[in-house]
Design a protein around this ligand. Structure first.
Ligand code: GCV
Length: 616
């Protein structure tokens, strides 16, 4: 199978020639090849209005269309128009769009040795063997995919910066500049993850942000970097997190740490994106007071207002770590004087490794509803791309990158069904009934996965390290702060005021919603509460029966989905891959069902009310 990276853009058979250097030129080239295929009667004029920057207006009089915008605006407008026409959507006479978020980032977790941390689509498209190693045509196609959904920043390496990736901003700058030149015509700027302790590789015996030698080193290094790549978007930093170096070593806080780097970037227009994934990863499981999800709030909220203007704090969508079900991170709701970015994970680390089908739009919608779109100014997502023939690993995982682009452009466009349908239409152009079947599978996939894995927001019952498949006690006696504390009577953690107090980190509406058993959503019950197995749920079932039922239902969904997929007329290569993956998903789901149900059966001793098989 080779997709040639077209995915949701099958009407663009030709790659964009390397000679084209501006987004407007790319827009014209793309329209010229797409229109004869999707709408031969339509003619398009492009009018540049630099002041409009990323915004665009599409005006239509019968078959004559005018796209007006800045350089990037006309490119986004052109892709938008092509997708509209290809999907047979009706165009309004005049249509204006501008992005809600200035930075719409993709974060690669690619290592210089070629593997990808939490990558499930093969090896890196960027690196191999400790150096840059890429196919420029592929990168160009990737840039096109990003631009087609409005994504404008690509951080090319893992936040865990391992030797020799630190060389990216040192002696690899000429190559980095070549990569930047591939992405530039698509309006995509590069970003680089840096090692906080990088000056220590150069004879400086500290990385203390208040030490003048450290500041001087970064100031000078930024000058060198920006001489090579004047439009580099900036740096991404994981500091004091999971054994990464950071300001805590020197008794400094994260505003001091981030601002030092931000000031080195500032003269060049660069941004400093600072991740807030900071918690104690060496907790004693006996410690019932420390509650890991509270950590980011404790480390950052008191610093609100102290970060420089070009600092952006990047906070994961939930306070743990990309679990199947998490409430919105309270840190995102508590820092009105700070630039914030939300971080999603398209890579399906805890959500099925791109073997299991898992469309994320429903999660985004729920989180954004609690967050509100104006708390943040940027979005980031960990990439799900790799070098496999299908760069998304699973053909359907493409919907997550596609949808993420639309979401980060403007949450107004993030309605789950709209995304699934548009993606399905563009990618496969199926008959209506088949499209409906596919869309339904996508929209139900998250809930199905949630049902057969850890129950009701309990999280973390995954196999340690790999994070695929069940292991109910895998993390229970470890140092990661990830406990369910199941006993023979009860499971879950009380995170209300009477417990760890985590719920107190929320503004009153969410605090009340989660703290009360009356209003806490079922799917977060065990996140916020410790409940007995005989606790009676709103629908009259006991907690233990709900756990059993969900696991049987989740598994049945996969079995039914396999049948439906078998009947779908997908292109041969996709079909083969989809069927291969769903059979693995079925195995996985059965394993989850039986392991989790047995786990709770053994503790509780309660039989399934419906008499289904549980394993002692
Ligand atoms: C890049 C989780 C993942 C790690 C990842 C980390 C992070 O802990 O398992 O692989 O490291 O999150 O987001 O920094």
């Amino acid at each position: 199978m080779h997709h040639h990276f077209r995915y949701w853009l099958p009407f663009l058979p030709e790659g964009v020639p390397a000679e084209l250097t501006t987004p407007a030129e790319v827009a014209r080239f793309e329209l010229a090849q797409a229109l004869p295929r999707i709408a031969p009667e339509v003619t398009v004029d492009i009018i540049l209005d630099e002041a409009m920057d990323e915004a665009f207006r599409i005006q239509r009089a019968d078959d004559a269309v005018i796209i007006t915008g800045g350089q990037r605006g006309v490119l986004y407008g052109a892709y938008r128009l092509m997708m509209n026409l290809a999907a047979g959507e009706k165009l309004p006479r005049s249509h204006f769009q501008q992005p809600r978020y200035a930075l719409r980032m993709v974060n690669n977790w690619d290592n210089a040795d070629g593997d990808i941390e939490r990558g499930y689509s093969g090896r890196s498209l960027m690196f191999e063997g400790g150096r840059f190693d890429y196919d420029p045509v592929c990168l160009c196609d990737l840039a096109r995919l990003m631009a087609s959904v409005g994504l404008n920043v690509l951080c090319i390496n893992n936040v865990n910066v391992r030797n020799p990736a630190h060389r990216l901003i040192e002696d690899w700058l000429p190559e980095l500049a070549e990569v930047a030149a591939i992405f530039r015509p698509f309006g995509v700027k590069l970003m680089v993850s840096i090692d906080y302790a990088q000056p220590m590789r150069h004879g400086i015996d500290t990385a203390d942000p208040l030490d003048e030698r450290v500041q001087t080193w970064w100031n000078e290094q930024c000058r060198v970097v920006y001489a090579a790549i004047p439009d580099l978007a900036g740096f991404l930093v994981k500091a004091d997190s999971e054994h990464r170096p950071g300001p805590f070593t020197y008794g400094r806080n994260h505003a001091e740490g981030a601002n030092m780097l931000a000031r080195a970037l500032q003269p060049h227009g660069g941004k400093l994106v600072w991740r807030c994934f900071v918690y104690n990863c060496q907790q004693d499981w006996r410690d019932q007071v420390t509650d890991r999800p509270m950590a980011a709030y404790q480390h950052y909220v008191y610093l609100d207002g102290q970060f420089d203007d070009n600092v952006i704090l990047q906070v994961k969508n939930g306070p743990f770590d990309f679990q199947v079900r998490e409430p919105v991170s309270p840190t995102l709701l508590a820092m009105p004087k700070t630039n914030l970015a939300i971080e999603w994970q398209l890579a399906q680390e805890y959500t099925g490794h791109q073997i299991d089908i898992y469309a994320m739009m429903g999660m985004w919608q729920e989180v954004m509803a609690d967050l509100g779109s104006d708390r943040i100014m940027a979005m980031a997502a960990v990439s799900n791309l790799g070098r496999d023939a299908c760069i998304f690993g699973h053909p359907f995982a493409a919907v997550n990158m596609f949808g993420y682009g639309l979401l980060s452009w403007h949450p107004e466009f993030a309605d789950p069904e709209g995304i699934a349908r548009l993606w399905a239409k563009l990618t496969y152009g199926l008959e209506q009934a088949d499209e409906d079947a596919l869309v339904q599978i996508l929209l139900e996939s998250r809930s199905a996965y949630e049902k057969y894995t850890a129950p009701l927001g309990v999280c973390w019952m995954v196999t340690p390290h790999t994070h695929y498949g069940p292991s109910p006690d895998g993390y229970e006696y470890q140092t990661w702060g990830t406990y369910h504390r199941a006993s023979r009577d009860a499971v879950g953690i009380d995170r209300t005021a009477s417990g760890t107090g985590y719920a107190e980190q929320y503004p009153s509406e969410l605090r009340n919603r989660y703290s009360s058993l009356e209003t806490c959503p079922d799917n977060l019950l065990l996140w916020f509460h410790r409940l007995r197995y005989d606790y009676v749920m709103r629908d009259g079932r006991t907690l233990i029966q709900r756990i059993y039922d969900d696991h049987f239902e989740g598994c049945e969904w996969v079995e039914a989905a396999e049948q439906k997929l078998a009947a779908l007329p997908l292109p041969e290569a996709d079909k083969a891959l989809v069927m291969e993956r769903i059979s693995r998903q079925k195995k996985n789901a059965r394993e989850w069902r039986d392991v989790i149900n047995s786990f709770f059966y053994r503790f509780s001793g309660v039989e399934d009310a419906k008499g289904r098989k549980l394993y002692l």
